[in-house]
Design a protein around this ligand. Structure first.
Ligand code: FAD
Length: 645
């Protein structure tokens, strides 16, 4: 979506909520190494949770990182549901190359460009017949793509270093806006007065579009020194002095950077800026602290679905997803990315007929590996495996093969039950709590904007040992309120009380004057035919293969994969609170553990009885033999006596 449209939506929401919260955008750069790219992939997930209005990805002026910038934009849109802006510099690119990049951006669904001239890299060459200034690029984009792209341009509160004069620079800035730019994002500055003065000057010469301050938080001492030297921006004395005092302590430098940034933004917000552009430098933690420090988290309202809806054109209408991939969205996107259209309103039989792509081992290995940690933790028994599942839900481990990201530990009441279940060797890979008409504004579970109500059925999915499945199924069946589906690795054994093809909605929401939305479902066909294979294969491709063939760990994981059952349970009672007497998933599991213990002690008792009986029988046999011997002896003696007589 174009930035101007996003801002309009933001303002509508502000109106509905009677607030005047500012929006914010994050700027990221394409990392040069694969390690850096992997780290950015993880951070994008976290940054997306902060709900920026847009993220923008910088462009290597020399052209070195160009495809990476495009790829990051695509990923951010498709997987993280972010709107993106691609930076594009024109100085070192031919018109043909620029055309190709714009076309490629369009095909990837990118709708915003930050049109820049760029710096000529040292020793770099200016291309023949190329574009000389950013204004030429703005015209070039408009000429080819009319209004398809939203266009931003750069502004320099202290004047651009090559400018003939500050006034001349402003004059050229106006030219860029007159050529079709919708917005200005500024170079970093550290004195709010400089920005406010600049904005005033822009208005005086008739620039009417939004002027968004570019804010660079201080994250490291050396980085700050390098940047300020390069950009030649003014640094107020209190910042230089403050930083000098803490420069040898990395943590204190970040603390200082965060608090300086928060103070500066507060001042700008007071003075009426409508948005803030943060140069994130690919960091998450300090940025999160800044957003929290500014109390801007209510922007969670922007989350329109429980999962992050892609912003690419083709998937924009998508409104429903199966719960199984709730924690593996990347894999779901992969499986479905050949679909021409996506389920809306309802997930019916036809949807499941849609062809899911086959997920090859190569892809299973690639999509969110958790390897480096797991490699160093051998799993010689099911107890070791159970411990890893437990450490994951309690936050000591950040992911497992079935869940790509750290869980939100604020789900405390449910968490206790989950830990209890895991300690009893129920290997949980997915769950959601019961919600009965909570407000859509709710910080943790809310979505879809203000004024709505959210409903949700409890859901739980886990692996369980084969010798326990029959008893569990018996209890699930008896509960009356639960729908379950259990299957083994090759799908040859199935236990279910659901009718074939019966899709169960597990999350839905009601908004005033709108049709009910039901964004999360359980589809048994999809579970059995698609998710089952992936869920079982993850034992192998993401876990077993971290160990040498034949080792204990390798064998343990192979055995679990080959013999365990995958079970999902939907608790249809979303109304009642969890009282001990009530039937629900966790109480059923609790009864299951009790029953198992009873059976176990009964079995032990029986064993003891049996042993006693065997011992008694042995004793009897012995006594019998003694008796027989005695009798024999006696009769022999009698015979002898008789003989003597
Ligand atoms: P222009 O607006 O073209 O201005 C360049 C200079 O020429 C100025 O001095 C201006 O006064 C003068 N000028 C402008 N028009 C004319 C004209 N018609 N006739 C004569 N003089 C003129 N660089 C990157 O390489 N990659 C990035 O991703 C990137 N992102 C940036 C993001 C932001 C928010 C900012 C502020 C800068 C970014 N830069 C990036 C840096 C930018 O490329 C450099 O500052 C570059 O030197 C100027 O680019 P510009 O688009 O501002 O140029």
């Amino acid at each position: 979506m174009k930035l101007a449209e996003l801002i309009a939506r933001h303002n509508e929401l502000n109106q509905a909520l009677q607030s005047n919260e500012v929006w914010y955008s994050f700027e990221l750069f394409p990392p040069k190494t694969e390690k850096g790219r992997e780290a950015l992939r993880r951070k994008l997930n976290n940054l997306a949770e902060l709900e920026p209005l847009i993220v923008d990805i910088t462009w290597g002026a020399g052209g070195s990182s160009n495809t990476t910038s495009l790829r990051i934009c695509k990923r951010a849109q498709q997987l993280h549901g972010l709107n993106t802006m691609l930076h594009l510099t024109c100085m070192s690119m031919t018109r043909e190359e620029l055309k190709q990049v714009l076309q490629s951006a369009k095909e990837k669904g990118i709708q915003n460009i930050l049109a820049l001239r760029g710096d000529v890299p040292q020793g770099g060459k200016k291309v023949d017949n190329g574009l000389n200034y950013a204004v030429d690029l703005v015209k070039f984009i408009k000429n080819i793509h009319k209004d398809y792209f939203g266009i931003c341009v750069a502004g320099y509160p202290e004047g651009h270093e090559e400018a003939e004069s500050f006034e001349k620079d402003l004059f050229y800035l106006k030219q860029k806006v007159d050529a079709g730019a919708d917005m200005i994002i500024t170079q970093m500055f550290f004195d709010p007065n400089i920005f406010l003065n600049y904005k005033k000057k822009c208005r005086e010469i008739g620039i009417k579009c939004p002027i968004i301050p570019g804010i660079m938080p201080i994250m490291t001492y050396s980085g700050f020194m390098r940047m300020t030297k390069f950009t030649k921006v003014t640094v107020p004395k209190e910042i230089t002095d403050g930083l000098e005092k803490v420069k040898d302590d990395k943590v204190k430098v970040v603390d200082f950077g965060v608090s300086t940034c928060v103070k500066m933004c507060q001042r700008l917000i007071q003075d009426g800026v409508e948005g803030i552009h943060i140069y994130c430098l690919n960091q998450y933690k300090p940025v999160e602290r800044i957003i929290k420090g500014l109390s801007l988290r209510s922007s969670r309202y922007r989350r329109s679905y429980p999962w992050r809806r892609s912003t690419i054109q083709k998937r924009r209408g998508e409104t429903i997803r199966p719960v199984f991939w709730a924690y593996r969205p990347e894999s779901y996107i992969y499986l479905t990315n050949k679909w021409e259209s996506f389920p809306k309103q309802e997930w019916n039989g036809n949807n499941t007929v849609r062809k899911f792509r086959k997920i090859k081992p190569k892809i299973l290995k690639k999509v969110h590996p958790w390897g480096s940690f797991a490699k160093n933790r051998p799993v010689n028994s099911i107890d070791d495996v159970t411990k890893i599942f437990k450490d994951f839900v309690t936050g000591e481990i950040s992911s497992i093969p079935w869940v790509e990201r750290r869980l939100n530990l604020t789900m405390q009441p449910i968490l206790e039950k989950i830990v209890f279940a895991i300690k009893n060797k129920i290997l949980i890979i997915n769950f959601q709590p019961r919600l009965n008409g909570i407000l859509s504004e709710n910080q943790l579970h809310g979505f879809g904007g203000p004024g709505g109500y959210i409903y949700q059925k409890r859901y739980i999915e886990f692996f369980i040992a084969p010798d326990r499945i029959k008893l569990l199924v018996k209890l699930l069946k008896a509960s009356g309120n639960l729908h379950y589906h259990a299957t083994n690795c090759d799908g040859s054994i199935v236990y279910t009380n659901n009718t074939e093809g019966n899709v169960i909605t597990v999350t839905w929401a009601v908004f005033p004057g709108k049709p009910i939305i039901q964004p999360v479902i359980v589809d048994p066909k999809c579970f059995q035919n698609v998710w089952r294979k992936e869920a079982f294969d993850l034992w192998i491709y993401q876990w077993r293969d971290l160990f040498l063939e034949g080792t204990k760990s390798w064998k343990t994981l192979q055995e679990i994969r080959d013999t365990y059952f995958l079970v999902n349970v939907v608790d249809n009672d979303f109304i009642h609170h969890s009282v001990e007497t009530e039937y629900n998933i966790y109480n059923t599991l609790k009864s299951f553990f009790i029953k198992e213990k009873q059976l176990e002690s009964q079995q032990n008792e029986n064993k003891l009885k049996m042993q006693k009986m065997i011992e008694i029988e042995k004793e009897n046999k012995y006594l019998k033999s003694l008796l027989e011997e005695f009798q024999k002896k006696q009769s022999k003696e009698i015979d002898e006596k008789l003989d003597k007589k």
